[in-house]
Design a protein around this ligand. Sequence first.
Ligand code: GDD
Length: 409
Amino acid sequence: RVVAVIMVGGPTKGTRFRPLSLNIPKPLFPLAGQPMVHHPISACKRIPNLAQIYLIGFYEEREFALYVSSISYELKVPVRYLKEDKPHGSAGGLYNFRDLIMEDSPSHIFLLNCDVCCSFPLPEMLEAHRRYGGMGTILVIKVSAESANQFGELVADPVTNELLHYTEKPETFVSDLINCGVYIFTPDIFNAIHDVSTQRKDRANLRRVSSFEALQSATKTLPTDFVRLDQDILSPLAGKKQLYTYKTLDFWEQIKTPGMSLKCSSLYLAQFRFTSPDLLAIGNGTKSATIMGDVYIHPSAKVHQSAKIGPNVSISANARIGPGARLISCIILDDVEIKENAVVIHSIVGWKSSIGKWSRVQADGDYNSKLGITILGEAVTVEDEVVVINSIVLPNKTLNVSVQEEIIL
Ligand code: GDD
């Protein structure tokens, strides 16, 4: 049997995701109309003999309760949220719940970061992992040399695929092969994490003996139960024939900012063409809006037949899109109203916001720059004929004059 664990973090993480993370835990923010964490969860469905999916995080339990029960029912696989009392790091969080995770006596444990967007080739990884015969296999991808330093950089043996060297976010270039944040382990991973925290305890005790040193390093040391998968486990175990790599040639992105969520929404919409074509809108018949490219529309949303939608648009529950509206590359959240002839391009429109007649909410669409997409927080009102360009507007604001490249607090 196999179990899957998805690390979802908590409210102190994901601060770069503001203002959208003010309303909703980042893992539940919709990409292609489905919560971010839904994409790895539904990929787990392809794992043979999957017994359980655990989400581990330090958000309040009630924030995940509804989602977890509905997705368990939908996928017919039990999904449980496990709450840490405090952050234990990406490996410490897993270790904290080792007894529960081992209840199903799994032969393998998948570990996934929730904030990555990829095709999650999990069955293929499992097969490769069995062939390699190590303790763990890491999904890796080649990226541009300039962007590699935002990730864990690694060197792998070109023949055996063994992980030879690993450095987390290095200051000087090591390699353009990076860690995708998707792993498969045997239960031996728990011993490896245990060893790291025992070594830390021993060191802490030694320090207590020589108090001068203790004074010097007290501020630098991590709690003994805080273990990071990358620095504390992958780096020291590289080159010891325990860890191997599986390279993906498919798409992969990390989702730390609202700009990247728009990019990833488009990647998942494109993937739906193969995995869930029933979720994509098709504009046929005279009574439906004009649909261009990949578009998701929630069944409860009302889109006027003279509106023109797409490509890369997702429209959430109860949104109302008026006559003549034009939407391109955007995420429209629940209960938004877009009035007649308004235009929205490269933007995220927050819950319950309203965009007036003949207004424009737009940006140049540079996903990596701070103001490259326009973001309206919850319950923002853009009055008629107002233009909002490359801006971020915090919740509950009313805009009655046009703005450009501004952050409206
Ligand atoms: N439950 C829980 N508890 N989750 C945590 C904790 C914790 O204490 N700390 C981090 N996480 C979760 C985050 O929500 C995220 O899904 C994942 O663990 C990794 O987060 P970080 O440790 O902050 O690392 P990162 O996202 O900056 O980088 C990691 O992922 C990259 C791929 O996206 C590293 O492993 C990089 O090497 C890798 O390239």
